[in-house]
Design a protein around this ligand. Structure first.
Ligand code: MN
Length: 231
């Protein structure tokens, strides 16, 4: 799906919020999100953090208030959806953070509208100069945009990048938590490798991780917000 940018707005990408509502809100305040801006959210809204329902509700509120918010599907949303469709898949989701998501709902019961919302989420977006996706693309496949499973699950795909196919666009993705200095170093090298990872492991309390990152598509800079969930 192609999202045409507005004339006056900025463009930001955030991924892997994983239930960290306070941190997400703080980051939005930091970038001072405006209604003419485009906000791309690259999936994994849920699981692991304590307020998955709150994150989705906040996204819905922003849209309702007229903000331009564009949401993609992550593997965690897919796991949640699969758990509903095939009961046998439920333990897999619950083990990967689904338990925390369930706990964020009244009576520990995820209501129907949240599953319905997931079914509407696309696998990638295109906007001037960029392709946005949760995990990445499978360039071993001759039609990378047709391998949907890869778009939400793939790792370690940088070496297969098909620059001719990419045609001067830059790929923005999340899914693979990466330390802040590594993200910054790779951004310095964006001309060589036109890929930007925005997952700084918001949920993880480890050296270099524990940040929610926003990437400014027009200035090609990161804005980091330290995880504030435990305060
Ligand atoms: Mn993921």
């Amino acid at each position: 799906m192609k999202i045409k940018r507005t004339k006056e707005g900025r463009r930001f990408a955030i991924s892997d919020i994983h239930g960290c509502l306070r941190t997400f809100k703080k980051l939005l305040k930091k970038i001072d999100l405006k209604k003419e801006d485009d906000l791309f959210l690259l999936g994994d809204f849920i699981d692991r953090g304590k307020d998955s329902k709150g994150v989705i509700d906040h996204v819905w509120d922003l849209k309702e208030e007229g903000y331009r918010v564009h949401c993609l599907r992550g593997n965690h949303e897919q796991m949640m959806l699969n758990s509903k469709i095939y009961k046998a898949e439920e333990p897999f989701w619950l083990r990967h953070g689904g338990t925390d998501t369930v706990k964020s709902f009244p009576n520990h019961s995820v209501s129907r509208d949240y599953f319905d919302w997931i079914t509407t989420l696309p696998y990638y977006f295109e906007t001037e100069g960029y392709l946005l996706v949760h995990a990445g693309f499978n360039f071993k496949y001759n039609k990378p945009l047709d391998d949907r499973d890869a778009m939400i699950w793939i790792r370690g795909w940088y070496d297969d990048l098909d620059r001719e196919w990419l045609n001067n666009r830059v790929i923005i993705h999340g899914h693979t938590p990466t330390k802040r200095p590594v993200l910054e170093e790779r951004l310095d090298n964006i001309e060589e490798v036109p890929i930007v990872n925005v997952d700084c492991g918001c949920y993880y309390n480890r050296e270099g991780l524990g940040f929610l990152a926003a990437f400014d598509l027009d200035n090609q800079t990161y804005i980091f917000q330290k995880n504030v969930e435990k305060q």
